[in-house]
Design a protein around this ligand. Structure first.
Ligand SMILES: *Cc1c(COP(=O)(O)O)cnc(C)c1O
Length: 413
């Protein structure tokens, strides 16, 4: 059979253009990263040809002897890497959103009460937003950050939990730049006999690298995507304590999903192997150092940050003192090849489509090899664009500097 270039010129050309875009731009979207060639090789393998509904040694189709070994390896490596030996892990969820819904439907009944962080305060859509199936099918009680400090206030969360008595409490966020105290969340859940769940999608790589506290080995359920700081393929995993194994596995399959994406399972296994190396731990440390240098640089330039800084891989920029909204800022930065996303800030007076903030992350640039010096340059470029969006000279100069940077730091290949 023919190659992609021969079979489908249109798609091939678009992929080539996307490769160039990735090469020539700076990804500062906190949830994106660059996977290794090894991960991509597994992802593009013939494993995509195989149906394997069920679980290792309990399949509905023949010919799964190698798929079984791949899935078991992925499970074993996941438990090893996260120091979660007492846990069971399901590596089949198609992505983070279905993984979370699978947990809710496995352990609760529609209409049951769950507590999660509100989207406009830093939580994820699947933590109970009303437009999401989570918010439609369950009675969500939403917590946020403290009005003054913009940080989680565990005493306030405890009070809310005691008053509302949810059956499940979710910790974890998607736009929160400070450490999350998973132990506190678990204790609060225990005090009201609720199940504790940590969604570490954003933090998985930092937890592996020991630069963020872990929700193991006490949290009842831990979900994570595999494609953010963990630097793997798009996918997800659900860890659970032994007493939840049956319910979780049955909800993933046959409850919500059909055949697992075996090519993804293999790529996850490769990712977990890569993440177990010392060099990955150093990578995680660099992500945080880079984020902190970026924060310092922006602050020196008069840019406001929610909570004034960061403990992790991301920063939330508060644009309210500048004459620019998050939508415009995202567009202007993308015009020069810096990719970010607009984001609500706590108690935002704007709207989700025109919020007052942008979110910046360092995982992808750190994978490319950016260190202190480069982060300072990037911070200054962002500041110049935000302060003087209409200055043509600044825009031109920025483009030139980005070209130099991207040339010096090619993508992993
Ligand atoms: C990204 C993310 C998800 C969802 O992941 P998808 O793979 O995009 O569905 C869920 N929870 C949190 C906290 C996330 O950051």
């Amino acid at each position: 059979m023919n190659s992609l270039a021969q079979t489908d010129q249109k798609i091939n050309k678009l992929i080539q253009q996307e490769i160039k875009r990735q090469q020539n731009g700076l990804v500062m979207i906190a949830s994106e990263n660059y996977v290794s060639p090894a991960v991509r090789q597994a992802l593009g393998s013939v494993l995509t040809n195989k149906y394997s509904e069920g679980y290792p040694n309990k399949r509905y189709y023949g010919g799964n002897q190698f798929i079984d070994q791949i899935e078991l390896l992925a499970q074993e490596r996941a438990r090893q890497l996260f120091n979660a030996k007492q846990y069971h892990v399901n590596v089949q969820p198609y992505s983070g959103s279905p993984a979370n819904l699978e947990v809710y439907f496995a352990l609760l009944k529609p209409g049951d009460k769950i507590m999660g962080m509100a989207l406009d305060q830093g939580g994820h859509l699947t933590h109970g937003h009303r437009v999401n199936l989570s918010g439609k099918m369950f009675r969500f009680i939403q917590y946020g950050v403290d009005k003054k400090t913009k940080r989680l206030n565990y005493q306030a969360i405890r009070q809310l939990a005691k008053r509302e008595k949810p059956k499940l409490i979710i910790s974890g966020a998607t736009a929160y730049s400070r450490k999350i105290n998973f132990r506190q969340f678990h204790q609060i859940a225990q005090e009201i006999d609720a199940i504790s769940m940590a969604d570490i999608s954003h933090l998985a790589g930092l937890i592996v690298g020991q630069v963020h506290p872990s929700p193991f080995p006490f949290t009842d359920i831990v979900t994570t995507t595999t494609h953010k700081t963990l630097r793997g393929p798009r996918g997800a995993m659900i860890f659970c304590k032994q007493k939840f194994v049956k319910q979780i596995d049955r909800m993933v399959f046959p409850g919500m999903q059909g055949g697992p994406h075996n090519q993804t399972t293999a790529a996850i296994a490769v990712t977990l192997q890569e993440a177990s190396r010392v060099i990955f731990r150093r990578y995680a440390q660099k992500i945080v150092i880079n984020a902190q240098i970026l924060a310092q640089t922006l602050k020196k330039e008069g840019i406001k940050l929610v909570t004034g800084g960061t403990d992790n891989h991301l920063l939330l920029v508060d644009l309210t003192n500048l004459s620019i909204d998050g939508q415009t800022a995202t567009q202007l930065l993308s015009n020069i090849g810096i990719y970010v996303n607009k984001n609500m800030i706590p108690n935002d007076l704007g709207t989700p489509t025109k919020p007052s903030g942008i979110r910046l992350g360092t995982p992808a640039l750190t994978t490319r090899g950016f260190r202190q010096q480069e982060m300072i340059i990037v911070g200054q470029l962002i500041s110049q664009i935000l302060h003087q969006p209409k200055n043509k000279q600044i825009n031109q100069l920025a483009r030139k500097q980005i070209k130099q940077l991207t040339k010096r730091f090619p993508l992993p290949r």
